[in-house]
Design a protein around this ligand. Sequence first.
Ligand code: GAP
Length: 502
Amino acid sequence: MGQNTNELMDKLVALCKRRGFIFQSSEIYGGINGFWDYGPLGVELKRNVKAAWWEDIVRKRDDIVGLDCSIIMNPKVWEASGHVAGFTDPLVDCKKCKARFRADKVFSVVARDGENVLLQTGVEADDPEQARQGAAAAANSKTRRRLEQHAERLDWEVFRADKAPKGTSVHCPLCGGDLTDARKFNMMFKTFVGAMEDSTSVAYLRPETAQGIFANYKNVLDTSRIKLPFGIAQIGKAFRNEINPRNYTFRSREFEQMEIEFFCKPADAEKWYEYWRDARFQWYVDLGLTSSKLRLRNHEPDELAFYAVSCADVEYEFPFGISELEGIANRTDYDLSQHQQFSGRDMSYFDDDTKERFIPYVSEPSGGVDRTMLAFLCEAYCEDEAPDDKGQMQKRVVMKLNPRLAPVKVAVFPLVKKEGMPEVGRKIYADVQAAGLAGFYDEKGAVGRRYRRQDEAGTPFCVTVDGQTLQDQSVTVRDRDTLVQERIPADKVVEYVKERVS
Ligand code: GAP
């Protein structure tokens, strides 16, 4: 698209607000950092993303069943899972301006020319190279010139705030003040259950949906008569008190997850892990993330959590950088063993065929609804040209969302608001609604402008009732992406759209 990435993100954020995809939460009170609301178009897109996942993961398979468990659970769940002790991010504060940062996302960057320090600053970044580039780009013009002039002989020293050598100070990326030493910050939101607000009534808003699945593993096994290998799937809200929510909805404090825990025999665990890693990657491709911006990254052994033997991330190149959409991990029997130990309940599985008893291994594909939506929105955003009412080519913004995900599937317009066209249009719209398709009826303004509004909403088909409709009951269907207009019988609109949006 030839535009810089910040510009693209700014345009997308503006479109999402203007067209009602995403609003800042409690905006009338100045908002609240890390929380977002989905508007009329956004909620349809979100429901479609979740419905596509549920259909593909639960409804179309025999080996996965669904679950919907409570957000607040017995706090022992989070002791067993390790979240009470270990669900922490390293935190640093600025001693001067009191700003807070994730210590693993702040770098100290020093550039030396022999004895001379040309640059010494703190910068927020994801990795050392990004930090070095960010620090150089943010320097004043005189420093930048000197960095360029002496580029060959410069010594760069870049380290993360939480890995700073003892006695070295790291500067605040905002005001240049000194940062504190890093300390652990637990990201679980605490609350109290019942009338007493003391340590005995502390509970947590779940930071992931996965533990609810493990806690219900025996219930599901005993009630659904399902046999290994099988999975339990859940979609639901999760809450994390992120130190620095950022990049729009990408890192929020309240978000939704789509998680599968797929249980199997220990000997089959790697095979199932590979199956899920590849299947989950393909799911994003099938729903429209077809560009080279989507990738699958296997974790290096030193990145693995201590209980996981394999892990991979589905990553997307957002305008603000390459980041994780979903993680797929072979978590061994760690979670069920922990819950067996902490609850005293037997989590083992008895294999009728081999007469063996064991704790199943689990593969976990864990994705985020909000991140997935953001990736679909980024991928869909397009600027091209389309003719206006006078046939002149005009710049247009179009959201090329997969029809299965598009918030509105078909818009119906009478060409003019007279000569019986609105009546025919309303009849078609009523058929669309009766068929359970998300439709939109619009009879106001120039038809070109109506098309343009639907392009921005990502509506794949626009049906227009015109003079010819009144003679032969045919309508035009305009394709959002190709702009090709096809004539079809008015009573075939529902069938035409249904075939193309499922
Ligand atoms: N049960 C494993 C688990 O929760 P995770 O990598 O911490 O793993 C899984 O989270 C997914 O949840 C991520 O890939 C991402 O899509 C989503 N997610 C995690 N934290 C998020 C946040 N702060 N905002 C939005 N989505 C988030």
